[in-house]
Design a protein around this ligand. Structure first.
Ligand SMILES: NC(=O)c1ccc[n+]([C@@H]2O[C@H](COP(=O)([O-])OP(=O)(O)OC[C@H]3O[C@@H](n4cnc5c(N)ncnc54)[C@H](OP(=O)(O)O)[C@@H]3O)[C@@H](O)[C@H]2O)c1
Length: 307
């Protein structure tokens, strides 16, 4: 079956459709949050196309249980189809241990998919002196992906899950003077800020990768009913009630854009870009601000160095 042209995909395309004809035999793909929602579907489909999946979960058991459900993976040429790794993104030691475990697998990496996330915690939570969504969604992935870059193949890809909710970030982008949200805590705005940070991180990382052939890009998967709403299920259910059902994706459709960037040839062009509905999207102006991206990188590096 031939690989379908990327121009033919849209918001209804599924992860299976966008990877049709793609062989990932011999490739290794790391996915954070492989046990639920979009991460689980990405693991299933990318495994089906032949990739060896390194899946992380908050505990190794959670990841292993999810990966045990993967379908046959005849293209890998090995009995093992996946490896399960514990990675609690809000615990720097756990993230660093995950990075060390993945180094121990002795496998070059083709894709690092920063997928895991939490959304709109109703009450302000602070850990290591900063707001928990920011620690989990941005800082944890910063430590994780940066720690794995030396394993990334020359044509490797870093795929970062952002969200259309990056539009909910404050006007200035990142509230560097209120990282613990003690001055102001608004659950959705704080989530938006983390998703803005995901775009800025991918943008900065791509610039740092330079002409190496490695790329880093970000994406909005769409609006999908997953476990993401669990922290404020009533508000999330109300949002879904108000939405035009044609704008709500199924999980297979929701996982399409990240699988496209991970597996389809067009993913090689994704560097520094933001995708949605399987096409290049239009993120906010502030998310394209290279000075802000640099400031965020510097802030995160300093913060991580002090942990
Ligand atoms: N669903 C949507 O409509 C939507 C829209 C835009 C963007 N996104 C983005 O898509 C990504 C995937 O979300 P999803 O919808 O698939 O949500 P999901 O079903 O809730 O899956 C999230 C995954 O992240 C893991 N995770 C959460 N906190 C973690 C932590 N501290 N350490 C390690 N892993 C952690 C979860 O593990 P546990 O199961 O153990 O909690 C789970 O595996 C997120 O980055 C989200 O921001 C989703």
């Amino acid at each position: 079956m031939p690989i379908r042209p990327a121009s033919s995909f849209n918001k209804q395309s599924t992860a299976e459709e966008v990877t049709e004809g793609v062989s990932l035999a011999g490739k290794t793909i790391v996915i954070t949050g492989c046990n639920s929602g979009l991460g689980l579907e990405s693991a299933r489909v990318l495994s089906m196309r032949g990739a060896f999946i390194v899946g992380t979960g908050r505990t190794r058991e959670k990841a292993a249980a999810a990966l045990a459900d993967l379908g046959p993976n005849p293209g890998s040429g090995s009995d093992a189809k996946s490896a399960a790794v514990a990675c609690e993104l809000s615990e720097p030691d756990s993230v660093r241990a995950a990075v060390a475990s993945i180094h121990g697998l002795n496998r070059p990496l083709d894709v690092i998919m920063c997928n895991a996330g939490i959304m709109a915690l109703p009450e302000r939570q602070v850990k290591y002196g900063i707001e928990l969504q920011f620690l989990t969604n941005h800082v944890g992935h910063f430590i994780f992906a940066n720690g794995l870059l030396d394993l990334l193949n020359d044509d490797g890809r870093v795929v970062v899950l952002s969200s259309g909710a990056h539009r909910r970030a404050p006007d200035e982008g990142i509230t560097f003077d209120d990282m613990d949200a003690s001055r102001d805590y608004q659950p959705w705005q704080r989530y938006g800020q983390t998703k803005l940070a995901n775009i800025l991180y991918a943008r900065s990382l791509h610039q740092r990768l330079g002409e190496s052939g490695k790329v880093a890009g970000s994406l909005h998967p769409g609006v999908i009913k997953t476990n993401l709403g669990r922290y404020d299920q009533a508000s999330v259910d109300a949002l879904f009630e108000q939405m035009d059902p044609s704008n709500v994706k199924t999980i297979p459709q929701g996982a399409a854009t990240q699988c496209l960037l991970a597996a389809h040839p067009v993913g090689a062009e994704a560097g520094g870009r933001y995708y949605q509905d399987c096409q290049v999207g239009s993120p906010t102006e502030v998310s394209q601000d290279d000075a802000l991206a640099q400031r965020l990188w510097d802030w995160t590096e300093d913060f991580v160095g002090g942990l």
